[in-house]
Write a protein that binds this ligand. Structure first.
Ligand code: NAP
Ligand code: MG
Length: 405
């Protein structure tokens, strides 16, 4: 008897090795056990090209409608890829398109297993990073100053007012940059962070440099504070505390902590710190990612890409050992969220059991090659891509029998 899932999940397919493991996970770990309707969108690069990228917009709209999606890694084409696949053009990153449509924030969360100790000894629980993915230096205007000059910043309002600020009097060559952000975007970011902290029941930390940047960074700090006050009751009920710190203090506190918080980061800080935290926890193959919109839409995915090097080996018929854990957790994240929204605890339970099967498999010493050098004790050998999934399936079946599913 399969477990009935009341409402659909939007499934977004992708490219290369990620697509191969996607299929294996779906066929071996999901469809045999769940009676589920999947709204399927093929975002493989050829189909994006064929549909002039319309399929990406349709997938995002479907997530808006059905509330929950799960996405496989996709190629973001560059010039090389355009040649490789004979594309009409270098279509934009699907993740960026979907994020813009849902006005979402991406949260990255590591999966922790006992036999892969984090590099930082004190870390015991996941450190989740939320990165504000709009503006600052990523939407900057910059110029080289070629010689003696005055650089000014001018704001011309639609009503005719003007404000001119002196940036610097250059005596010789230099560089200059202007950055911006928007009230609405910062507010959506703060809301998505608050929503996710309540969802995960973890404290929310935010760090900026408002001692130096009193207006720009100060505005971020004030907006966070305002949005936290609006949700005070829900935060208290979930036992979630909010902490504001200077960014340098936040870095020090995170390193000394045992983890277990959501760290909200401005765009650049999130870019840098997510790589620090990901490396500190071990492998890209163990990092999940979820896009949360301020109005409660959720899209789950693995944080890694399409693992193209492994795919080239696979195409040659060589054995591969690609880590499917982050992709499996993308599925379980979406399934659990679906169960919560539908109020079907047995669906959530299935997600819990599948995650448990994955963690126990690794803790029993069965893992893919990327984890072997990180594990203590170090296992004798490693599992191939399919072998690992098969071991997880065996354990999952035991657990399902155990609870009488
Ligand atoms: P990648 O796919 O993340 O892989 C980089 C390297 O990290 C791999 O070669 C592999 O190292 C290791 N790795 C990543 N995931 C792994 C896994 N699950 N199991 C084992 N090892 C893993 O990044 P990329 O090769 O730079 O990018 C490939 C394509 O992915 C690009 O076209 C890019 O546009 C796309 N991409 C998509 C997303 C997304 O859709 N979210 C995100 C990032 C990149 P070894 O080679 O040492 O084994
Ligand atoms: Mg980065």
């Amino acid at each position: 008897m399969k477990i009935k899932v009341k409402n659909p999940i939007v499934e977004i397919d992708g490219d290369e090795m990620a697509r191969i493991i996607w299929r294996l996970i779906k066929d071996r770990l999901i469809l045999p056990y769940l009676d589920i309707e999947l709204k399927y969108y093929d975002l493989g690069i050829q189909n994006r090209d064929r549909t002039e990228d319309r399929i990406t917009y349709e997938a995002a709209e479907a997530i808006r409608h059905y509330m929950v999606g799960v996405k496989c890694a996709t190629i973001t084409p560059n010039e090389e890829r355009v040649k490789e696949f004979g594309l009409k053009k270098a279509w934009p990153s699907p993740n960026a398109t979907i994020r813009a449509i849902l006005d979402g924030t991406v949260f990255r969360k590591p999966i922790i297993v006992k036999n892969i100790p984090p590099l930082v000894k004190t870390w015991k629980k996941p450190i989740i990073i939320g990165r504000h993915a709009y503006g600052d230096i990523y939407k900057s205007v910059e110029a080289a100053v070629e010689g003696p000059a005055i650089a000014e910043l001018k704001i011309r309002y639609d009503d005719g007012r003007e404000k001119v600020l002196n940036i610097h009097r250059f005596d010789s060559e230099g560089v200059v940059m202007a950055i911006h952000n928007m009230e609405n975007s910062i507010r959506s970011f703060a809301r998505a962070c608050i929503m996710y902290a309540i969802d995960q029941k973890v404290d929310l930390w935010f760090g900026a440099k408002d001692t130096i940047s009193k207006t720009y960074h100060g505005r971020f700090r004030d907006i966070f504070k305002e949005e936290v006050e609006l949700k005070r009751q829900e935060l208290d009920e979930a036992g979630v505390k909010y902490r504001y710190m200077l960014i340098d203090d936040a870095v020090a506190q995170v390193l000394k902590s045992e983890g277990g918080m959501l760290w909200a980061c401005m765009n650049y800080d999130g870019d840098v710190m997510s790589d620090m935290v990901a490396t500190g926890f071990g492998s890209l193959g163990m990092m999940t990612s979820v896009l949360v919109s301020p109005d409660g839409r959720f899209e789950y995915e693995a944080a890694h890409g399409t693992v193209v090097r492994h795919y080239r080996e696979y195409l040659k018929g060589n054995p591969t050992s690609t880590n499917s854990v982050a992709s499996i957790f993308a599925w379980t994240g979406a399934i659990r969220k679906r169960g919560e929204l539908d109020r079907t605890p047995e669906v959530c339970k299935f997600a819990d059991l599948l995650e448990r099967a994955v963690i126990e498999t690794i803790e029993s010493g069965i893992m893919t090659k990327d984890l072997v050098s990180l594990a203590e004790p170090r296992p004798q050998g490693y599992a191939l891509t399919e072998e690992f999934i098969e071991k997880v399936r065996e354990r999952l079946e035991e657990h399902l029998r155990g609870v009488g599913f």
